[in-house]
Write a protein that binds this ligand. Structure first.
Ligand SMILES: C[S@@+](CC[C@H](N)C(=O)[O-])C[C@H]1O[C@@H](n2cnc3c(N)ncnc32)[C@H](O)[C@@H]1O
Length: 417
């Protein structure tokens, strides 16, 4: 091991050379700022990554909540410039792992460079996989993730909550894209302090996703927000309200105890979320969202019993007896039919709809998400015809269709502000 005090320029030149060596660099990290200086990033990391276009030097820069990635082709001027740009910033610490060495550089309060170099552990390998570390949408140590029990007090994801965190992460990715798409198409106006983004979460339960969505919009997208979580259970409202206050979100996220059908909001929501609301509660949520003309709807259905029960009550059309004979297959078929009919109804109501899988089926079988962005365009006649043909053949009438027929006109759903 060697440890020497050297002029910073000289030690940083060694760091630069080590980072620009694509044959040996494992990763190069910089953190903290020198005394009396500030740096624009909490942490930066260099590594070489194999992309379709070839090997690139990848820089990932982390601020409080987001990670930004920049790539430069290996050996290019861009790669040199990227490293120069970072080395010139007044970072206090550099840690560079190569296949043969560990270099640790600290710039002291006096402005001296202390460089420690030691041999790398035996057999250290370079990982160039592109997706080794997809940056998470909300960092594990975000206060809301601690408050809802996904992370522990040190900000680490609890082993038993890993799959919940993945679900939250995938959901935030979909929310992010849906918001961008609605903003780009002009369906959503850019949120302002006077006109914040208004979201409701119908059947919010313990509000993991409510809080994650609120934290993401407010802290990562940095958009003004008003959010309401609605659940029929008063205990959920009380617990979630306490968490909102504890995490400083009390002004932004509020909770009501109400059925989805009876929920009152002071303004029309821009975004309606409904995740794993039980059985026809998903239909209640879709009916409310449609009546509010919400520009964005994200709904992940849960258990389905309505269509299943209707299917069991009458003989299946030819040649579907085979599918209906086996209980498990009949249930799965009814699940698919329920969501296909919901998607068709939402489309007929003037939305562009797609269904996506929002977390791997190994994590939960309830992983279909219906994503709808309002367009107000009338779908072709064939959409209504296909729908009618299917429900007539099976002698069924989806809950959502029944709810839309009986629901109140839109203005009656919105309490005067
Ligand atoms: C399976 S939990 C899902 C909670 C949360 N959305 C999530 O994904 O973690 C379903 C929640 O919906 C609520 N719920 C069911 N039917 C409801 C209804 N008709 N109106 C309001 N809440 C309802 C339940 O009380 C429960 O908390």
């Amino acid at each position: 091991m060697s440890k020497r005090a050297r002029p910073p320029e000289e030690a940083l030149a060694d760091v630069r050379t080590a980072i620009l060596d694509d044959e040996t660099l494992v990763r190069g990290l910089a953190t903290g700022s020198r005394r009396g200086h500030s740096v624009p990033w909490r942490r930066i990391e260099f590594r070489y990554v194999e992309l379709k276009s070839g090997l690139v030097l990848q820089l990932t820069s982390y601020d409080e909540y987001t990670a930004t990635v920049r790539n430069a082709p290996v050996g290019s001027d861009d790669a040199d410039n990227l490293v120069d740009e970072m080395v010139d910033l007044p970072f206090a610490n550099w840690h560079v792992d190569t296949t043969s060495e560990v270099m640790q550089l600290r710039i002291t309060k006096k402005g001296e460079a202390l460089l420690h170099v030691e041999a790398a552990p035996e057999g250290r390998a370079i990982d160039r996989a592109h997706d080794r570390q997809k940056p998470r949408m909300l960092p594990a140590d975000h206060p809301v993730l601690r408050a809802v029990g996904i992370s522990d007090q040190s900000g680490q994801i609890k082993p038993s909550r890993q799959s919940k965190y993945r679900q939250v992460d995938e959901f935030l990715r979909l929310l992010d894209k849906a918001l961008d798409s609605a903003l780009e198409s002009g369906r959503l106006q850019p949120p302002t302090a006077d006109g914040p983004l208004r979201m409701v979460d119908l059947g919010c339960g313990n509000a993991y996703l409510t809080f994650a969505a609120a934290a993401y919009v407010q802290d990562v997208r940095r958009e003004p927000l008003e959010m309401v979580g609605i659940d029929v259970r008063p205990q959920a409202r009380d617990r979630n309200t306490a968490i909102a206050h504890d995490t400083g979100l009390g002004e932004v996220v509020t909770f009501q105890s109400s059925t989805i059908a009876a929920a009152e909001v002071s303004e029309r929501p821009d975004v309606v979320l409904s995740l794993h609301a039980c059985d026809t509660a998903t239909d209640e949520a879709l009916a409310r969202a449609i009546r509010w003309r919400a520009p964005v709807i994200l709904a992940a259905p849960c258990c389905h019993h309505d269509i299943q029960a209707q299917m069991s009550g009458s003989a299946p059309p030819d040649p579907y007896t085979l599918i209906s004979r086996h209980g498990v297959l009949r249930e799965r078929f009814a699940d698919v039919m329920t969501d296909a009919l919901r998607a068709s109804i939402v489309r007929q109501e003037g939305y562009r709809v797609d269904t996506v899988q929002f977390v791997g089926s190994q994590h939960t079988p309830r992983n279909t998400l219906l994503r709808a962005v309002r367009t107000d365009s009338k779908p072709p006649e064939s959409v209504r015809r296909e729908y009618d043909d299917l429900i007539l053949a099976w002698h069924i009438r989806p809950a959502l269709e029944r709810m839309l027929e009986t629901s109140e006109p839109v203005d009656a759903d919105v309490r005067p502000g």
